[in-house]
Structures are given as structure tokens and as C-alpha cells.
Design a binder for this molecule. Sequence first.
Ligand code: UDP
Length: 385
Amino acid sequence: MYDSIVIGSGAAGSAMARKLAEEGNRRVLVIEKRSHIGGNCYDRKDDYGVLIHEYGPHIFHTGKEEVFQFLSKFTEWYFFGHQVVANVHGKLIPVPFNLNTLHMVYEKDKAERLEKLLISEYGEGSRIPIMELRKNDNEEVKDIADYVYENIFLHYTMKQWGQTPEEISPEVTGRVPVSISYDNRYFEDKYQGMPKEGYTPMFEKMLAHPSITVLTDTDCKEKIKFLPDKVLFEGEEFLGEVIYTGALDELFDCAYGRLPYRSLDFKFEHYKEDSFQGRSVVNYTVSEDFTRITEFKYLTGQDVSGTTIVKEYPFAYTGAKGEIPYYAILNEENRSLYKKYSDRFKNLPNVYLLGRLAEYKYYNIDAIVERALHMADDIIAGRKK
Ligand code: UDP
């Protein structure tokens, strides 16, 4: 009946399924636990007609031509240069901290001197992770680093991760480096924006292929068993590719313990006014229990009366019903626990692990689409894992 099975219909699973069907001539079964496709990119209109991202704001950005071309087959785009500000004791300053921010937080003469200093230390246009900037010996650079650390990173990171910036992986804080430029954009990528009609229609179109069958509301465990040396599909050995994009621990009933994740509680609020904060994202970096407020209409470009916002409250994922594991917590201990689970697939050459959950990684949308496309290329070409 099927040549390949993809478990999960998020960005990873959907891109994989499409490539296997279209270029690999495979009949693909996609199995999805939730009642909808699109994974955490899923968006929909709320009760007030506002297009919202059910699982938190997802801003697409990429410099990867291949990814952009692939996705553009399924959507048009609403382009914008995504900008974020931090609310620091009521004052809104651009994040990543850049030369505009510098001039907002220091008086004129000092800001001009510091600007010259930063340019001479790092070069115009460079981007320096805060944890790197903190290592600089120059007293004045240290001063800036302390300001940025204290006002932008420390409290936000404590809320988001329950740990200090020193305790988490440097690649996480390195996502938002200090920028020696006047560019207020959050990302530098060439393409930034939203699928014009939303993510859900984009993924629907991706999966709408005569050789793809999508089963929603289906726990893969009902159909598939991962034995040490073979995969069973509905009780029979399945020799085609199986691409798994879910969490590994849950597949094996957490036999070695739970893989730690951070989760988020999203509190949506609707207002009759046409604007709540006049911009898409405000990070609360020194106050509040939530990390940020997103106002959707400024992300999606939707022309609608009234406005819907979401506040994000992070917490430690426990696996309780209804909780969603959003962010892998990247450290040695967790990686070795992850390896125990991934080793269970060692003797299963036809099983592939793909995505934020299955690989226990911090992937952006474009990076996971790229990985899915390349993995599909390898599968189609018959290259070994
Ligand atoms: N971060 C911070 N303050 C900010 C923005 C980011 O401390 O105003 C840190 C925080 O640790 C966060 C990480 O940088 O988890 C990555 O931020 P990003 O916006 O990329 O997170 P995402 O949008 O993926 O949740």
C-alpha cells in the first residue's frame, strides 16, 4: 500500500513527504497525532477572525535559496523585516542590541565614543554573542556588555530557561548577538516574512499530492512498532523508509527517563481596539512573568478590526496531558540521555530521525526544511544513512 511512512506533519514531515512523493515516486503515508497538520507552525483564525499562531509566533526567515524556492511552490509571501523591541523599565529599545540601541541608552558623547570603540574592537557590521562580549577586557566594552547582559539577557533567559545565560548552551544566547550596525532587524536573512495566507494553507498545499495520504488524530504507536531489528506496520514488517519526527522518549514510554524540554503556556487576549502595542513583538526583559507579547496582525499583515495578542509563560515540561515540548535543553547530560534513545534505532537502517523533537535540537523553520529536503535527496538516491 505505502512505500514510505512519515510520522508527524510539521515543517519537517511535510517537506519530507512532498519530496518523497514528488521526486521519489513513493506512495507516502503521513501519520499525525494532532487533529491538524502543520505542527507548531499551525495557524488559524480565532473567534474574532484574527489569524493567530496557535503554538506561538513563527517568523519565517532564510538566506537559503533552495528552501525559499521549495516553499514558494506552495505559497506567496508577505515580506517584512522583522523587528523586536525590549521593554526595559517602560522604555522600548531595539533588540538585538545594536548601535541604535547604544544611542538610546547612553548620552550623546559617550554613545559616540562607545560606537567608535566597538567598531575598532570588532569591525562595523559584525555580530558578537553577548557571552563573547563579556570576555572583553576593555572597561568600557565591559560596561556595555554588563548593560546588555543585565537588561536584555539575564531575566529573560531566567524566565525562558529557568537558568542563567552562563548555564545554558552558548548557541542559544548566540542566536541574538549584539550587532555593530544600525540594522534594527531581528534576523539578517534575505527573505523574511509570512506565508501570505498563513502556514496551514502552505502545508496543506504541500501535502496535497495524489501519492500522499494524511491520517490525523492518529497516534503512530497504534500502527507502528519499532523493534530492535525491524519495524512493524500494522503487525507486518515494513521495509520502506520510516521518517520519525516526534519525541524519542515517548516512543519508548520514557524507558530511560524523560528527555527534558521547556514548554510554554500561551495566553491569548483579544481587544476591540485596532492596536494593542502598535508592533509585532515586545520582549519583557526585566519584568513580568511572561517573556514576550506578540500582536499577530503586525506579523501577518492581516487587515482586521480588533486585535489579538499572546503572552508566553515558560515552564519545565513534565509530560502531563496537554503539555507540549517546545525547546530541547541543550547540555551534555541531556544529549547522552538522548543518545540512549537514538541508539535504539541503530539496527534499523530504514528509520530516519528528523526535526526539533526527534533530533533533540534547536532548529529554525528554514533549517529543518533544508535538512528534510537533503535527507529526502539521500533517501531517493539510495545513499546510506
Ligand atoms: N534572549 C534574551 N533576551 C531577548 C531575546 C533573547 O535573553 O530579548 C535569549 C534567551 O535566552 C532566548 C535566546 O536568547 O531563549 C534565543 O532567543 P530567540 O528569540 O531566538 O528565541 P525563540 O524565538 O526561538 O524562542
